[in-house]
Design a protein around this ligand. Sequence first.
Ligand SMILES: Cc1cc2nc3c(=O)[nH]c(=O)nc-3n(C[C@H](O)[C@H](O)[C@H](O)COP(=O)(O)OP(=O)(O)OC[C@H]3O[C@@H](n4cnc5c(N)ncnc54)[C@H](O)[C@@H]3O)c2cc1C
Length: 409
Amino acid sequence: MDFAIQDSPEQTAFRVEVRAFLDKNVSPDIEHMADPCDMSFEQYQLRRDLGRALGAKGWLYPSMPKEYGGGDLSTEQIGILTDELTRIGLALPPYYDAGGRMGAPTILVWGTEEHKKRFLPPICRGEVRTWQLLTEPGAGSDLAGIKSTAIRDGDHYVVNGQKMYVGSSHGADYSWTILVTDPKGERHKNLSWLMIPMNLPGISVTPMDLLATGGEGGSGCGVKNAVFFDNVRVPAENLVGGENNGWKVATTHLEVEHGGMGRLADRRVVYDFIDLCKKREDGWAIADDPGAREELVNLYIESEITRLFAMRNHWLSHTNQPRSYEGSQYSLRRKLSGLDMGEKMVRIAGPLVLTKDKRWAPLRGSIEYFQRDSITSLHPGATTDIQRVIMARRLGIGGREREKAANLR
Ligand SMILES: Cc1cc2nc3c(=O)[nH]c(=O)nc-3n(C[C@H](O)[C@H](O)[C@H](O)COP(=O)(O)OP(=O)(O)OC[C@H]3O[C@@H](n4cnc5c(N)ncnc54)[C@H](O)[C@@H]3O)c2cc1C
């Protein structure tokens, strides 16, 4: 009996189309660095060019509706697109666009028709890049405790305050930002979201000196920033979801950020590592050792479990199935398994795996990056503690009524 999953004839045709598109549009000058934080501006621009080419076909945001610049693709087609990009070492979208990735689905739920027509097509076509601006010096896990304000003044909101740990290298065109619109209002009923053009007077961006990580799919994210707003006048029509209704809007944004829509890319570096351990050199392979074999199998299982959680969430959200704790379950698993897999790889291969030593040269130091990234990844998009808190609430553990998952449609 053959258990291998085969493409249907339609899926094969789509795979051929995707491969031909990528052959034509992925520049041969794109370099795959082990540490995406080393990416030059030129390399980043080559990825933006590919993003725009994908966007023109609706493939950069493949699950978004066509009328707003997406592709309306099925989960299977998105799987094929992601597979083909992973095969050539890229992710979808292949550059850091946190505000787009999480803001666009949120605008789809909470925006007016005018908001959708104005904000979504440029994001989906890869023409603009958008950061998400949530965290402040005194409010991370406790997002409702933010202090930065947006006060209505005629046709504008006047924004003052500071966001931190946000964005990436190479700037952004918009920031998808949560702010206090009613400073005297009740907690959770005093917040709103604004889409802020980053070229407005009064905005300054200061890179933070941190352990650099977070290059999503080779995006060269690297840097985190502090963003300061000093009497920035933002057109009132850029407020999405209604004034002081921002906590409800945040539930959708956070559901996406916490893994509710899953993802279809896998951790290719783990499979590359396993391949190298199988490689025979001077008559010997690491996988010949029974202890290493056992660890390699555990590593594979670890990676597959996370991948399956991610695929399940992708399918649940894209087919509009009931959801509960699944987003946080995947996110928690991804964070903890990242740490565990980094440790396993060093245990199997020894500390030389963290270097560009001869045997490990094909991995070019990517295990070192994987380990570093798995440490800082514990924190953003809700820490492991917060993911546990959310899971407990959704499961009804702790004497509470079961909390519902946020609306993604
Ligand atoms: C690499 C990276 C990228 C980031 N990107 C962005 C971005 O693009 N945009 C953005 O807005 N922010 C971003 N952040 C910020 C991130 O969202 C916050 O760091 C995160 O929400 C945690 O907030 P905090 O750092 O203030 O820690 P705190 O909230 O102060 O938490 C400190 C510790 O207390 C624990 N804790 C807090 N509350 C509870 C509780 N109720 N129960 C149990 N334990 C608790 C936490 O788990 C943590 O261990 C990024 C952070 C990092 C590290």
